[in-house]
Design a binder for this molecule. Structure first.
Ligand SMILES: Cc1cc2nc3c(=O)[nH]c(=O)nc-3n(C[C@H](O)[C@H](O)[C@H](O)COP(=O)(O)OP(=O)(O)OC[C@H]3O[C@@H](n4cnc5c(N)ncnc54)[C@H](O)[C@@H]3O)c2cc1C
Length: 422
């Protein structure tokens, strides 16, 4: 794997080679999560495909010329031409693999796969998800000498690692940078001795058997499972959104706001995340237009007051996005006035979407009892309806989703499990 700069780009991609190029940024958790996958795959595919990395902040002009609008973005070249769809945002290892496989002959793919040997390892507890809920459960289990493994599709930290500032986590007088708070939580659990399997693909989860398969070939078995997989942002569902995701539409302000210095941005949403993240984006952008479906913001009062006092930010109440399209370098967001049904176009340099969340249960929803919104039902010990399966944090059915409530759930589940296994 090699780090390149703009001056080497042309030469590196046009030497008749097959190349995958990773545009990454600093302070970008999805970039950090892709890095170990990229490096691991470079060892497997490196004889056939050249793996290159380029730092987007230092090579802005090239990124703009290539239309790279999101970090990370992976581009695939064969003899100077892009040959596969770009990957951006929270990139799965399996998606990179399928792109790489499409670039080389089938017999090579078979030969590469034949070198990978399946493995099985046993633990007392598998914790799925290393956000505040999972990390706290890991810490308590480790301190109780219970052998736990922490599994995450990204790097540890969950939503906190992409929150620019946290001012309501007890124990800190000054607001804390989210990535530092999550780093400290993760290091505390890691230093205790919890095994980490992070930035992996979780390819199969069998809650009844208490088995989790990662990266297709590594099976983890345990006596108990804690589900701490949190939530993911909702899409607006408007036409054009999927196509422009990572190409002008972003869901992560800490990753992408810095590329909007003196630019105009549209933010969709009006809840806590939209308001807090708009405040952060306003450090860079010259103008922010928020599009919110209700007649009032739904964020907490303190955050609302700060936002409304910011002269760069205006809010279009009772409007919803209807479509997204690209015109040259700009994004056109068509919005509808919910009262008059009139449609208008907002032209901007980029769009950020913060329109609520859904529980991350896709891989294992099967027999779990859920509430009407798709969150996992638990009892006061965080037990689900499946024997030996617990759930904690934002993924469970509850009224208030905060770091403090997630760490409380993690504590309860870990103590309950430690007592059971004792
Ligand atoms: C923008 C924003 C700002 C916020 N600000 C605050 C604040 O100031 N104060 C506050 O108290 N709360 C805040 N919150 C809420 C807080 O971040 C959450 O309540 C908290 O992070 C929940 O922790 P969790 O461990 O349940 O889930 P998460 O933090 O969502 O972590 C879940 C983890 O599970 C992983 N995962 C997902 N699917 C899988 C899978 N299939 N297998 C394995 N791992 C998986 C994810 O990668 C992630 O690391 C904010 C949230 C957002 C989005």
């Amino acid at each position: 794997m090699k780090e390149i700069s703009t001056s080497e780009f042309e030469k590196e991609i046009t030497l008749g080679k097959k190349v995958v190029l990773d545009f990454y940024s600093s302070e970008c958790p999805p970039c950090e999560a892709v890095a170990p996958k990229f490096e691991g795959l470079s060892k497997i595919y490196g004889d056939d495909i050249t793996f290159l990395k380029i730092f987007r902040q230092k090579n802005k002009e090239l990124a703009e010329k290539l239309g790279v609008k999101s970090s990370p973005t992976l581009l695939f070249f064969d003899n100077g031409k892009e040959v596969a769809d770009r990957l951006s945002g929270g990139i799965k290892r399996s998606d990179i693999i399928s792109h790489l496989d499409s670039m080389i002959p089938e017999e090579k793919v078979i030969a590469i796969k034949s070198h990978i040997k399946p493995s099985v390892s046993d633990f007392d507890v598998i914790i799925l998800g290393a956000g505040p809920g999972g990390l706290t459960a890991g810490l308590y289990l480790c301190q109780a000498k219970v052998n736990a493994v922490m599994v995450d599709i990204a790097l540890p930290g969950g939503h906190v690692s992409t929150t620019h500032e946290v001012s309501n986590y007890p124990g800190f007088i000054e607001p804390q940078a989210g990535y530092m708070l999550s780093h400290n939580m993760s290091e505390q659990t890691k230093q205790c001795g919890t095994v980490y399997k992070v930035a992996v693909d979780v390819t199969k989860v069998d809650l009844e058997k208490k088995e989790v398969t990662i990266d297709e070939f590594e099976t983890l078995r345990a006596k108990r499972i804690i589900i701490a997989t949190g939530t993911s942002p909702n899409f607006t569902g408007a036409p054009g959104e999927k196509e422009l995701k990572g190409k002008g539409i972003s869901y992560c302000a800490t990753c992408d706001a810095k590329y909007f210095v003196d630019k105009e941005v549209v933010v969709i949403g009006g809840g806590n995340s939209a308001v807090e993240e708009s405040d952060f984006i306003a450090r860079f952008a010259s103008k922010i237009t928020m599009v919110h479906q209700f007649d009032k913001l739904t964020a907490n009062k303190q955050a609302q007051e700060k936002l409304l006092a910011n002269p760069k930010i205006s809010v279009m109440y009772e409007h919803e996005p209807r479509s997204f399209a690209k015109e040259g370098d700009q994004l056109v967001t068509e919005i509808e006035d919910l009262k008059t049904k009139e449609r208008k176009k907002l032209v901007s340099d980029g769009v950020f979407v913060f329109t609520g969340f859904k529980a991350n249960i896709g891989l294992f929803a099967g027999n779990l009892e859920l509430d009407q919104w798709g969150y996992i039902k638990t009892n006061e010990d965080m037990r689900t309806n499946i024997d030996g399966v617990y759930a904690v944090g934002d993924v469970i059915s509850k009224k208030y989703r905060q770091i403090t409530t997630a760490v409380a759930d993690g504590t309860i589940a870990a103590i309950a499990i430690s007592k059971e296994l004792d």
